[in-house]
Write a protein that binds this ligand. Structure first.
Ligand SMILES: C[S@@+](CC[C@H](N)C(=O)[O-])C[C@H]1O[C@@H](n2cnc3c(N)ncnc32)[C@H](O)[C@@H]1O
Length: 523
């Protein structure tokens, strides 16, 4: 095992009380879901047909024969090399992007030194912030380009160092889940199963180039605080696009409404979060895993068979790919307001529709609609997933969406929710001050008009109003994201007011997209 792998797998520091409680809750959740460690899939070799079956059997036998410890070593080595590469790649992108935007000038070497220190530190400090942790100045300028004094630069750099340590800890948490078998080794971290374009230098270069070239437009909008460009092209129409939706969130070009925006989105998000966004999303999978196992324990079947799952605001469909990779037999519906992002969902999920299809493979239905008013009958889904949407909605729209999630869920069904962490959540990571500062700075830097209000929202009360009851225990705070699960109460004990509101919700005609080209022409 490499030194890197050993370090990432090393035991943790004695964490503050709250944080260790959180881990205990997570550990028990993992135990329920645990099977055997999730081994990465072996590469498919170009073998003649007559050797394929024997090779498959040898690989399977070898895997069975390997002691659990040896499997863990293989898993650690592969995981740490994959995320190490990913972190290094997106750190370079982040540095380039900071140069293009010409404002804050990130020193890549100082940032890399902070990451290496966090990786090699057997007692990662971000859980217990260390006032003397500064390694050197990671940035010398403020976001507005102003030069920082030495004292200010040291303070900002220390803040960044703590957050970089959190990213390393996030990967440690994911590795623990993989070792416990809570979910599968992510398909895109394994060259044997990742989409070919992810390893094609020409494709990667094109994405990187286009993202960087768009960065100067993004920076210009940021400087001019121009987050409303879309209103020059689209008029708000409550039937189609509500006013809040027609904004350049993150100052991104075209907002949500172009194919270019959808093409660059994941790359931009991963650059912003240094390659950790998918891992943050996946921290809700242990909750899903427990739910699916409990479903099969009662109803039989496997791999999600018999479950109807809605991913509301699916974006480019990345989160769905992880759901489908783990539970391929469930039937999925992706709902999105942007036709371009919905098309991206279709493309990113193609692999599951084209791969050797078995009779048990579930389906994917694409629906273009607003999640404040969804075109589905009451109680039509066993689970709803919703990732990174609520921080981009005004209060009333959040309430509408929460009510809709409750309405379309069957009694006993689950809402799996991932969004930005909120004010005060730093206590779960042992760094309240640096955490709340990050939440305060984020909307200043990105166009996020509803972020502050979201970050102060009581989610349990918001969902609770509509009969969605928070799962016991603390939420999972995964660096700057939080994951939680809610259960739809049985009809008998659902709050009457919520039920009344739900039944008057108009069910609009669905736009079920079979083929994006046809849908675009029809429009
Ligand atoms: C920040 S992205 C998150 C996308 C995806 N879930 C992810 O994990 O990346 C927000 C997405 O929500 C969609 N969206 C925003 N408001 C919506 C609404 N009212 N109904 C449906 N989709 C909406 C946007 O088009 C965009 O794709």
């Amino acid at each position: 095992m490499s030194a890197l792998a050993a370090a990432v797998a090393a035991p943790r520091v004695a964490a503050p009380r709250r944080a260790s409680e959180t881990r205990a809750v997570r550990a028990s959740r993992t135990r329920v879901a645990a099977m055997s460690p999730s081994m990465p899939v072996a590469p498919e070799l170009p073998l003649p047909d007559f050797l394929r079956e024997p090779f498959k059997q040898v690989t399977e036998r070898l895997e069975e024969a390997l002691p659990a410890d040896a499997k863990k070593q293989v898993l650690r080595a592969q995981y740490t090399s994959a995320v190490g590469l990913r972190l290094a790649f997106f750190l370079s992108q982040g540095v380039l992007s900071s140069r293009v935007s010409g404002s804050s000038d990130i020193d890549g070497a100082a940032a890399a030194a902070a990451i290496v220190k966090a990786v090699l530190d057997p007692e990662p400090r971000a859980r217990v912030p260390d006032a003397d942790s500064n390694l050197g100045n990671i940035v010398r300028n403020a976001a507005d380009g102003r030069s920082l004094s030495d004292a200010e630069a040291a303070e900002v750099s220390q803040f960044l160092e703590q957050h970089l340590t959190c990213i390393v800890n996030l990967f440690r948490d994911e590795l623990a889940h993989l070792e416990a078998g809570a979910y599968k080794f992510p398909y895109d971290l394994n060259p044997a199963t990742a989409p070919a374009s992810q390893w094609n230098p020409v494709d990667v270069f094109a994405l990187s180039r286009d993202t960087l070239s768009d960065q100067s437009n993004v920076s210009k909008r940021r400087d001019e605080k121009a987050g409303q460009e879309l209103l020059e092209t689209f008029a708000p129409d409550p039937e189609r696009y509500p006013a809040y939706y027609l904004q350049n969130f993150h100052y991104q070009t075209d907002g949500w409404l172009s194919a270019d925006s959808a093409r660059l989105y994941d790359f931009q998000v991963e650059t912003l979060f240094l390659g950790s966004a998918d891992t943050m999303r996946r921290q809700v999978l242990p909750y899903v895993s427990t739910f699916v196992r409990e479903h099969h324990a009662v109803n039989g079947g496997e791999d999600g068979a018999g479950l109807n799952v809605l991913d509301a605001a699916s974006g480019t469909g990345r989160f769905l790919t992880f759901l489908r990779d783990n539970w391929p037999a469930a039937n999925y519906t992706a709902l999105e307001l942007s036709p371009h992002y919905l098309e991206a969902t279709r493309v990113s999920n193609k692999r599951f529709d084209e791969e050797p299809k078995t009779e048990t493979n579930g389906t994917l239905t694409l629906v273009e609609a607003n999640c404040e008013c969804m075109p589905f009958p009451d109680a039509s889904f066993d689970a709803v997933t919703n990732v990174y949407l609520f921080h981009e909605m005004p209060k009333e729209a959040r309430r509408n969406a929460a009510r809709e999630f409750a309405r379309v869920l069957k009694p006993g069904g689950k809402l799996f929710f991932v969004d930005s962490a909120q004010v005060g959540d730093g206590k779960y990571l042992g760094m309240e001050k640096a955490f709340d500062q990050a939440l305060e700075r984020f909307p200043q830097f990105n166009h996020e008009p509803y972020y502050r209000d979201y970050s102060l929202t009581d989610l349990n009360a918001l969902f609770g109003e509509f009969g969605l009851v928070a799962e016991d225990g603390d939420p999972t705070v995964a660096w700057v994201s939080k994951c939680c699960a809610f259960t739809k109460r049985d009809v008998d004990d659902t709050n009457t007011a919520a039920t009344e509101t739900a039944t008057v919700t108009e069910v609009v005609e669905p736009v079920v997209v079979e083929d994006a080209d046809e849908a675009a022409q029809a429009r």
